[in-house]
Write a protein that binds this ligand. Structure first.
Ligand code: WT7
Length: 655
């Protein structure tokens, strides 16, 4: 981390907005002036670009912080805004989704077709007894039905909880139980890395494997899309094939209005404890900011652009910039099912060429892995359609930024490095393309209407040239409204630290440069960022100690050239286990175990079997020292350890 910071401090390249881009850019400097003049009026103006069944008169109610209400007396339908509105405006024939399956099959879905499908799915859900406020779990691959499912749930005022298809049956079960989901929408399987990766079996395992001691089953039906063609078990009465019920359902469905603060979705994310948090987002404010940021940061010209956000719908990026933002704006976008290197390492660039993608939004970890395999691969494809590039998920190092700029962007496409979180719902800090002079490695400036600061532990502004903690100082439309079922944890996690000032604490370290631009420096808590995915050290530790072999475990995020951070685990094995089992291969067994417990993305890169862990006198594990070992550095200050010799023992064992 220190070397990365030093490196960032010497970065002084600047890129002016290209004149041709600026001439036709959606964003203008006037947006900053408008927001500065009257922040609430600014957001009201953005919100009024949506269709309101009942117009709002109130903008922000912040009378009971930290619980904000935006546009509270207004009513809208989120799906109507993403679909019917465009069809009624005469754009029904515009392509909404350019879908590409991993094996190379493809489908084009127009706005009219997607609207029709969503109406049918809405009718199916209603027929299954799903109503306003009910929870629906979605566990699907990246196929058009995934978008249709989300929008159908939104359309009837129910709440979706999308669970990333790479999560295990256990993770799925925890999320189903926490939300009390009534229906699960899944597929038999989807294509990943050249073969069918099954999904329905995980749903079966989550639902059927329930022991008598667990919470009562809330799931009444499982709606299954056929995609993988893999064999699946079937529970009569519970399970329904999508292709049996959706085409049969009526395509007549009039979208009803719901209050702006009607919950839209829950999305689980890792926190500093073992239990994932169900981040709750509502309708009017969320859609306003998702649509606005997509339009100005991604410079969406709906009738000409081909937008491609590579995120999975299992993450917030897929919610805001695959499902809601682009569809609210009536954009045409690429949806790709598979992995970047299947069946060949140029797959993404082949897709850019095939569809003439104009705007690409992806993560630094992807850019770094392309960088590693070399420019020859993207050079084989025509990438000249690309006119804007975006980055999200973790800090982008200047080297990766420059490679993205030169090799993918042909030295002309502006790059927007966008900082935000599951909790913020939409982009908060980013350059505006065509307006801002960009700096490789800095996310730069708060968007118009967004108020942030970098402060010290006391909540005092640090001033240019200094580092501190990133806070959001004023409520914003797409802010989380809470943690599902846990208002106390919501306050504690985000608001207690700067309660006096009423600031939202993001959990990120950041530095202001001499121009006041923000450079993000990574998390300051026990949250890791692996390939742009958030993982909790505690969650992986509890998975490890759940294995019969493990007595104690400590997990750290160590810097990794490709994935940003990598999971490194230090494990003490039980004497009783060692007495009866060989230790050979245990590391790998534990890696796979974590994968089964949480999901393959949580598998540790390295597992070190050690005799002891570094603890303070009060028993707290000093992860900082383990990180030194994991990153191959000299171990830092050990004076607060209960046993100061323990680190040399660990270092020796790791070698
Ligand atoms: C955490 C949020 C935002 C959608 C994807 C991740 C890190 C995100 C950036 C960026 C530096 C970034 C932060 C943040 N992060 N974008 N442009 N520069 N750091 O959402 O899983 O909720 O993770 O990702 O550490 O807190 P998430």
């Amino acid at each position: 981390m220190t070397s990365q910071i030093d490196h960032l401090l010497t970065e002084n390249r600047r890129f002016a907005p290209p004149a041709a881009f600026a001439a036709d850019a959606v964003a203008t400097a006037a947006l900053y002036e408008e927001a500065a003049a009257d922040r609430e009026a600014f957001w009201a103006h953005r919100a009024r670009e949506l269709h309101w069944h009942t117009p709002f008169t109130e903008v922000l109610d912040w009378s009971t912080p930290p619980f904000a209400k935006w546009f509270a007396d207004g009513e809208l339908n989120v799906a109507y805004n993403c679909l019917d509105r465009h069809v009624e405006a005469g754009d029904g024939d515009r392509v909404a989704l350019l879908w590409e399956g991993e094996p190379g099959d493809s489908r084009r879905v127009t706005y009219a077709e997607l609207t029709d499908e969503v109406k049918r799915v809405a009718n199916v859900l209603i027929g299954l007894g799903v109503g306003h406020g009910d929870r629906v779990a979605i566990y699907l691959p990246m196929i058009p039905e995934a978008i249709a499912a989300m929008l159908a749930v939104a359309r009837i005022g129910a709440i979706h909880s999308v669970v990333f298809g790479g999560f295990s049956a256990d993770s799925l079960r925890t999320r189903i139980d926490d939300a009390g989901a009534k229906i699960v929408i899944t597929a038999d399987g989807g294509y990943r890395k050249g073969k069918v990766s099954p999904l329905k079996p995980a749903v079966d395992l989550a639902l059927d494997g329930r022991s008598g001691a667990g919470p009562q089953e809330t799931v009444e039906h499982v709606l299954v899309v056929r995609r993988g063609g893999n064999d699946v078990a079937w529970t009569e009465g519970r399970d329904l094939w999508w292709h049996d019920v959706v085409p049969e359902a009526s395509a007549e469905h009039e979208a009803q209005p719901f209050p702006a603060e009607n919950p839209l979705f829950i999305l689980y994310t890792s926190g500093t404890t073992g239990k994932p948090k169900g981040i709750l987002h509502t309708s009017g404010g969320y859609l306003t900011q998702a649509a606005f940021t997509n339009k100005v940061v991604h410079d969406i010209h709906p009738s000409t652009d081909i937008f491609w956000c590579t995120a999975d719908i299992g993450w917030i990026t897929g919610h805001s910039y695959v499902a809601y933002g682009p569809l609210a704006n009536g954009a045409t976008q690429v949806l790709y099912e598979g992995t970047p290197d299947t069946p060949h390492p140029g797959r993404w660039w082949e897709i850019v060429e095939k569809y003439g993608v104009t705007i690409l939004y992806t993560a630094p970890t992807a850019i770094r892995s392309f960088m590693k395999i070399g420019r020859k691969i993207p050079r084989k494809f025509d990438l000249s359609s690309l006119r804007l590039l975006g980055s999200v998920g973790e800090p982008i190092n200047p080297e990766a930024w420059m490679w993205y700029h030169k090799i993918i962007g042909g030295k002309t496409a502006p790059i927007v490095d966008t900082w935000w979180q599951t909790e913020t719902g939409a982009i908060m800090v980013s350059a505006l393309p065509g307006v801002t002079e960009t700096k490789p490695g800095s996310a730069q400036v708060p968007l118009p209407g967004i108020a942030i600061d970098v402060v010290d532990e006391d909540g005092t502004h640090v001033g240019n040239g200094n580092g501190g903690l990133l806070v959001v100082t004023k409520p914003w439309p797409s802010m989380l409204r809470g943690i599902w079922g846990d208002p106390e944890r919501f306050k504690e996690t985000y608001w207690d630290k700067f309660e006096k000032q009423g600031y939202y604490f993001a959990g990120d370290g950041a530095r202001l440069d001499d121009d006041g631009d923000v450079w993000f420096l990574g998390r300051v808590d026990d949250v890791m960022n692996v390939s742009g995915h958030r993982l909790s050290t505690t969650e992986i530790e509890s998975a490890l100690v759940g294995n019969e072999a493990v007595a104690e475990a400590a997990v750290v995020g160590a810097s990794d050239e490709t994935t940003g951070q990598a999971v490194v685990a230090f494990v003490i094995v039980k004497e009783s286990y060692l007495a009866e089992h060989p230790i050979d291969g245990l590391g790998n067994t534990l890696r796979l175990w974590v994968g089964e417990q949480i999901g393959p993305i949580a598998r540790p890169r390295d597992i070190y079997i050690v005799g002891e862990l570094p603890k303070t006198r009060s028993g707290k594990i000093m992860r900082r020292l383990l990180r030194d070992v994991a990153e191959g550095r000299e171990v830092g200050d050990t004076t607060t350890l209960a046993d100061t010799a323990v680190m040399s023992v660990i270092s020796a064992q790791v070698k």
